[in-house]
Design a protein around this ligand. Structure first.
Ligand code: ATP
Ligand code: MG
Length: 687
């Protein structure tokens, strides 16, 4: 890379400042006024440097330049990198190396070497990324699909991946039912997902705890929080289906713990947590959704959910079996749904994911929602997390979470402002009346993701997502929908209609050819659908749920600026912060030197008529003025007498056709604002 320099002596200060700020790094000036010999040529590519936390990092830059040079290291165009206990600079007249020891994540950034010579200033920049082990997974592993010998663990990825992508998870188990807790043993160190099925080594009488670690190129994280104590479930299989529906009356005289044993946590949400519970008398397994309702508004919401659930008696909708209302909490006892979230199940390696299977799920969702809609109840929070599998083996599903559900009152408009941005319908965001059709939009989004693993409205931020939803702006990504039938696409298109009047209703959706004409024997594609995108979707959802994604996003923003693979640096990004600007400006001061002769004149003896060159090399800054004296009198240029002064400091006096009268003492006198230097030699002209 060649950096031409500005002739500072001839540029006006404003011009210089402009050029320093706005020129690209490789060319500062192409003016004819430039010193061609004063270029600074950088010899090393501006490649990113990656260092591990605690180790050392070296940013090394070699350059070619003539005359004296001064330089400084600037970080992120803002701060001067001063030498100290963790930073040192090793420099010569042709290279500079910034050595950082025991790097920390805060050391990551862009480091620029500003080099100043007598021609001007040029700079070289390289980015430093600091990578570390990931943070531990953000949640403890939750258990689902618990049987007497197997279970499925799922957890959230780390909120910061250490600057290097997570490559695998280590799942660990500890046995607890013996006298002493057992050692932690590794079940796998190569889990690629945020869920893992433990299918061997579990004793039906055993009790266990699990924890997970995340790995990246640097190493392995600390363990996540430990799961609750898990008692293998000998009673769960076969699934206890609700056979008769009960009308739940909220019990205000007992606590849930009076009637139920509370076991491990099954999940958590906005309101509180969900635990597996067993009824003390019957041994029946249930799920207890515990609202830590502290303010009356929260209690009202919990009571509203129980009231609505009392109206919902359908095999596709989770059933409420009992409820307890005490001053500290409200507990809803729900039928236990053992199979875990549908999407988690789908990404399991052993689970078949095809378009006909997807039809089966969509039909069940529609049946459950149709039942709700007949009762004029809108779910308003349909999303993949709220679709769960009845057991660990079959394909039956149920809808859960009626926390946002509302009943439409005749003649009254209902407006709501809640939901999950990716799944919410445009009318919710626009704060227009919601309708039964509002749920059908969310069903369309679920179906889109089910078939492609892509989320149709997912933007880079919630506001961006919401803007895409209100514009009803979506399309079938050709690559993701390559294997998907046209009927499926038509079905989704009928649901993702901005106008609620043209959107398919549950009845119409159930009658749509994609759903209605499905039959195991027809020729519909039974090709396995790719699960990778769905895995990424799930990882993103969990990530977001932890609410700690900010750190990582910051990192990504920083990397995308500095890794050099992105668009060229915008010109105004070269603007320096005040401290950096002052440091670069002061480089000129460091160059200031009084004139000095690096090569002195030498005595010469030549014959008459010859041409002689008396040469010396002068260094100094600002560039010294040079005068030649012959026997103390200044020499003037003429046809016979020539003087030259090159950029590399070489000064030459040329005398042609010398005569005996030219014999004598020649002096070269160099002066600048800082001082003066003299050098002399004798010329003897022979006969
Ligand atoms: P969100 O924050 O997703 O809106 P929420 O606070 O309304 O959730 P739910 O969705 O009802 O809570 O429950 C939270 C999690 O608990 C679910 O995602 C699921 O994993 C688990 N869960 C809830 N109900 C049951 C159940 N009946 N059987 C088994 N697990 C359940
Ligand atoms: Mg939920």
């Amino acid at each position: 890379m060649l950096a031409q320099c500005i002739n500072v002596n001839r540029c006006k200060p404003e011009v210089l400042q402009f050029l320093c700020r706005y020129s690209s790094p490789s060319v500062c000036c192409s003016d004819s006024d430039c010193f061609p010999g004063a270029v600074i040529e950088f010899l090393d590519p501006q490649q990113p440097v990656v260092a591990r936390v605690g180790e050392g990092a070296r940013l090394h830059c070699r350059f070619r330049s003539s005359g004296p040079v001064a330089f400084c290291w600037i970080r992120d165009r803002e701060k001067v990198v001063f030498e100290g206990p963790r930073a040192s600079v090793e420099s010569s007249s042709s290279s500079s190396t910034l050595v950082l020891s025991k790097v920390l994540p805060v050391d990551a950034g862009r480091y620029s070497l500003f080099v100043r010579n007598r021609g001007g200033t040029a700079h070289w920049t390289a980015s430093l990324s600091v990578i570390d082990c990931p943070d531990p997974p953000a949640s403890c592993p939750f258990v689902s699909q618990l049987t007497c010998r197997s279970l499925v663990l799922s957890w959230s990825g780390p909120s910061f991946d250490g600057g290097s992508a997570v490559t695998a998870y280590v799942v660990e188990r500890q046995r607890l039912d013996q006298q002493e807790p057992g050692d932690w043993t590794v079940l796998t160190d190569q889990c690629q997902n945020t869920s893992y099925r433990v299918r061997s080594g579990l004793d039906p009488q055993g009790q266990y705890r699990f924890r997970v670690r995340a790995c990246n190129a640097v190493g392995v994280s600390d363990p996540s929080e430990e799961s609750d104590r898990i008692k293998m479930n000998t009673a769960v299989e076969p699934q206890q289906e609700v056979t008769s529906y009960v009308d739940v009356v909220i019990d205000t005289t007992h606590k849930a713990r009076d009637h139920y044993h509370v076991h491990e946590k099954l999940g958590m949400g906005k309101f509180g947590e969900v635990f597996r519970m067993t009824h003390k008398q019957t041994g029946r397994v249930c799920a207890g959704k515990i609202y830590r309702a502290r303010v009356s508004r929260d209690k009202m919401a919990a009571r509203q959910e129980i009231k609505l659930m009392n109206e919902l008696r359908h095999s596709k909708l989770v059933q409420c079996l009992a409820a307890y209302d005490t001053p500290s909490e409200i507990v809803m006892v729900l039928e236990y749904i053992a199979g875990g979230e549908l999407f988690e199940r789908i990404v399991d390696e052993n689970f078949e994911h095809t378009e006909p299977n997807s039809v089966n799920y969509m039909r069940q969702i529609l049946e459950g929602v149709q039942y709700m809609h007949r009762k004029r109840i809108i779910h308003l929070d349909l999303k993949p997390e709220n679709i769960v599998c009845v057991n660990g083996t079959g394909t039956l599903i149920k809808i859960i979470d009626f926390g946002l559900a509302r009943k439409l009152e005749p003649g009254k408009h209902l407006m709501v402002f809640h939901g999950t941005p990716e799944f919410v319908a445009p009318e919710v965001i626009n704060y227009e009346p919601v309708d039964l059709a509002t749920d059908l939009w969310s069903i369309g989004v679920i179906c889109y993701i089910l078939l492609s693993g892509e989320s149709p409205f997912q933007g880079n931020s919630d506001p961006e997502t919401l803007a895409l939803v209100t514009a009803a702006q979506w399309e079938f990504d050709p690559e993701s929908f390559d294997d998907i039938t046209d009927e499926a696409k038509d079905f989704i298109s009928g649901l993702l209609m901005k106008d609620t009047r043209t959107r398919l209703s549950c009845e119409k959706a159930l009658a749509h050819p994609w759903i209605a004409l499905f039959d195991d024997s027809n020729s519909r594609s039974t090709k396995s659908l790719n699960k990778d995108k769905m895995r990424r979707f799930l990882a993103r959802q969990k990530w977001r749920k932890t609410g700690k994604a900010l750190l990582a996003l910051k990192r990504m923003a920083r990397c995308s600026k500095s890794d050099g693979t992105h668009s060229p640096i915008a010109v105004d990004e070269l603007a320096l912060g005040k401290e950096a600007e002052q440091a670069v400006a002061s480089l000129e001061k460091q160059l200031l030197t009084e004139p000095r002769f690096h090569r002195a004149l030498r005595d010469l003896t030549e014959s008459r008529g010859a041409t002689v060159n008396l040469a010396c090399t002068i260094h100094g800054y600002p560039d010294p003025e040079v005068t030649w004296l012959f026997d103390e009198a200044p020499l003037e240029k003429s046809g016979r007498v020539q003087m030259s002064y090159e950029n590399n400091g070489v000064c030459t006096l040329t005398l042609a056709h010398i005569q005996p009268g030219d014999s004598g003492i020649y002096k070269c006198c160099a002066s600048n604002s800082l001082g003066q230097a003299l050098c002399s030699a004798r010329l003897t002209v022979g006969l």
